[in-house]
Design a binder for this molecule. Structure first.
Ligand SMILES: Nc1ncnc2c1ncn2[C@@H]1O[C@H](COP(=O)(O)OP(=O)(O)OP(=O)(O)O)[C@@H](O)[C@H]1O
Length: 254
């Protein structure tokens, strides 16, 4: 075991990123990224447009591969191609994509039931109970279960998408711009819901956001992506005094 991994285990990392490089043709997006996401923290990725936040999130999720370097989730390498191992990582992770990304042809109920049905181990009665329980957790009443996504408000789409992300009781939750498109009141309510569920389910959260209110309310630590690297990492107090042009402009209203 390399010194790096010993250090990661000692630091209690749920996700460990080592010497990660990403390039798309001539475009270098990440250069030597090293990062540890601690168990039970909320780590937020911030950075300018095109700085590689979503790409890094997708790499942690296993949806994209870095050009070089390694990502370990729950101690297992993303680069291992063992199907059972990758499925295990997937079942222990939930993701809330930007815009909610509900399947438009499926009802609220069927959207939340999807990850449960994919397990192929639960009968429909059990699935029904679990779906109604998850909808209740995100304050969606049973009268909405048969509605189609097109008939929901923006705030409801986010909550149903969150119920789906939490369907398998994940330990790790990824949030991509969770409050984008919500007005300030709905956004505040959604942040409170995430905080409550995080405490209830003992979640570790990795989030991408441009929204300062969301960032301040939820983050334990913030990692700033700029110049293809993580130029600063720490809590809000640590970060806001860091001297970097992106950080100065991003936090100037705090
Ligand atoms: N599959 C791909 N092929 C080619 N270029 C890509 C691909 N995915 C991302 N990029 C490029 O990589 C860079 C980083 O993209 P990414 O979406 O990760 O940035 P971001 O920080 O999330 O940006 P934003 O805040 O605007 O969403 C961008 O220049 C983007 O155009």
């Amino acid at each position: 075991m390399s010194g790096f991994y010993k250090e990661m285990i000692a630091q209690n990392c749920i996700i460990e990123i080592e010497a990660l490089h990403t390039r798309f043709g001539q475009l270098v997006v990440h250069r030597d990224i090293n990062l540890c996401v601690h168990y039970h923290e909320v780590l937020t990725l911030v950075g300018g447009s095109g700085s590689g936040k979503t790409t890094l999130l997708r790499q942690m999720l296993g949806l994209e591969r870095p050009s070089k370097g390694n990502i370990r989730v729950f101690g297992a390498s993303r680069c291992d191609c063992d199907f059972d191992l990758l499925r295990n990582i997937r079942n222990r992770s939930g993701v809330l994509f930007q815009q909610g990304a509900l399947f438009s042809a499926l009802s609220v109920f069927d959207n939340v039931a999807l990850p449960l049905r994919e397990l192929r181990t639960l009968d429909e009665r059990m699935i029904r109970d679990l779906v109604m329980f998850k909808l209740d957790m995100v304050a969606i009443g049973s009268q909405h279960a048969n509605k189609m996504p097109a008939n929901l408000s923006g705030g409801m789409v986010k909550r149903v998408a969150l119920a789906r992300a939490l369907a398998l009781d994940p330990e790790l939750l990824f949030l991509d711009e969770p409050t984008a498109g919500l007005d300030p009141e709905l956004s505040e309510g959604f942040v409170k819901l995430i905080l409550a569920l995080r405490a209830e389910m003992n979640l570790t959260i990795v989030m991408v956001t441009h929204d300062l209110e969301t960032l301040s309310a939820l983050s334990n630590r913030i990692a700033v992506l700029a110049d293809q690297q993580i130029v600063a990492i720490g809590n809000l107090q640590d970060i806001r005094h860091h001297q970097h042009p992106f950080i100065n402009s991003f936090f100037k209203t705090v």
